[in-house]
Design a protein around this ligand. Structure first.
Ligand SMILES: Cc1ncc(COP(=O)(O)O)c(C=O)c1O
Length: 375
């Protein structure tokens, strides 16, 4: 019998693992007769805030909205410059643009994360930049101590993009604990993914939290009193119930399995042309993705070899944000050459990593990589 394809995400297995509790959650919401901004959202927000160690969580419609709302609620105004990375989901920059702000890009480090040394140099040279959206890309935590130093030295507003990194830890500290605001995404592929779109903002600041609640709900501070131009970006009761009751209780086990898969790859993949992620020992990634690098001119061959062996792969990300057509005509700045981001965009390949991979499938992924033919 032909071997089954190994997927990047396996939602059918997730359903087999969680379907009954998802249906229970949906039933409870249906029976409650209350579908928008009710008890389920409030309960989920409380549980999530406790989970990430912040005073407030505010559910919203997506990670994109979480970043935009977080920027606006923390005082980033139209025309403000916001330091960020050229290597991320486009949503990171799109949120900055939607807030009316000006993205300012610098290069990434060898792990694909925003280069905080370059950030320091740029911040020191330009007092006009006082906000930042760092991204804990691939589930890898940035150096939080260095990030906190930048925040304090330059009085920065920091909105941490934790869309890929819920639960990641650096030197014992959780991501999302440095920024005044943290943005999460519950897009289905995320480590904590809904059965559709969703997001959340977390913060310790009660004033920011109140403004986020207003912004997600047409900018109204009380019913029919609209203080500012907001969004319709509410998390549904159904999604809050599913996330809170069916998925969040599983997150620790799912993350632990991602760690096991990553460790298996790190110890068994051996190929002279495949560079494995090599994080500092202080970084506990949550392995949203497992990015490897291969020579750029051989990436298509690598992905085709994996596909022929029944292993699906992907690229995160094939094009820098600075090169996206949507940026033409937008105001943005590029403050350093981008050789590392450019090299990653040309050479990165993501191997399957999700909690439902079997040991046999892990071995098949390892074998597919290790048997890739020479140049
Ligand atoms: C790093 C990063 N930031 C922001 C987002 C946006 O999240 P969403 O898809 O929920 O809008 C994503 C997900 O696509 C992401 O990976």
């Amino acid at each position: 019998m032909a071997e089954s394809q190994i997927l990047l995400n396996d939602f059918k297995r997730q359903w087999a693992d969680t379907g009954e509790s998802v249906l229970d959650a949906v039933r409870r919401v249906g029976e409650s007769g209350w579908y928008v901004l009710g008890r389920e959202v409030a309960d989920f927000e409380r549980t999530l805030a406790a989970r990430v160690g912040r005073a407030h969580a505010i559910g919203c419609a997506s990670g994109l909205d979480a970043i935009e709302i977080g920027l606006r609620a923390s005082g980033v105004t139209p025309g403000s410059k916001v330091l960020t990375t050229p290597l991320s989901a486009f949503a990171t920059t799109l949120a900055i643009l939607r807030a009316g702000a000006v993205p300012v890009f610098v290069d990434v480090d060898e792990h694909g994360l925003l280069d905080l040394d370059l950030c320091r140099m740029v911040l020191a040279s330009d007092p006009g930049i006082r906000a930042m959206v760092p991204v804990h890309l691939y589930g890898h935590p940035l150096d939080l101590k260095a990030l906190a130093e930048l925040r304090d030295q330059f009085a920065l507003t920091v909105v941490e993009d934790c869309a890929q990194a819920i639960g990641a830890v650096r030197s014992g500290q959780q991501v999302g604990s440095v920024g005044q605001v943290t943005a999460l995404s519950f897009y289905p592929t995320k480590n904590l993914g809904a059965l559709g779109d969703g997001g959340a903002i977390t913060t310790d600041d009660a004033g920011i939290a109140a403004r986020c609640r207003s912004l997600r709900d047409y900018g109204q501070s009380q019913r029919y009193l609209h203080d500012e131009v907001g969004l319709n970006s509410r998390l549904d009761e159904v999604h809050a119930a599913i996330l809170g009751h069916a998925f969040l209780p599983k997150l620790a086990a799912w993350t632990a399995r991602r760690h096991e898969v990553a460790q298996a790859y790190l110890s068994a993949i051996r190929h002279p042309e495949v560079r494995l992620p090599s994080l500092p020992s202080s970084a506990a990634s949550v392995w949203h993705l497992f990015p490897v690098c291969v020579p750029a001119q051989r990436r298509a061959s690598f992905m085709e070899h994996a596909r022929a062996a029944g292993v699906l792969t992907a690229i995160h990300y094939p094009r820098l944000i600075t090169d996206q057509p949507a940026l033409r005509g937008q105001t943005f700045e590029v403050r350093s050459p981008l050789p590392r981001a450019t090299a990653l965009a040309a050479s990165e390949v993501s191997l399957p990593i999700h909690p439902f991979l079997t040991d046999d499938e892990i071995s098949r992924v390892v074998a597919a990589v290790n048997t890739w033919g020479g140049a």
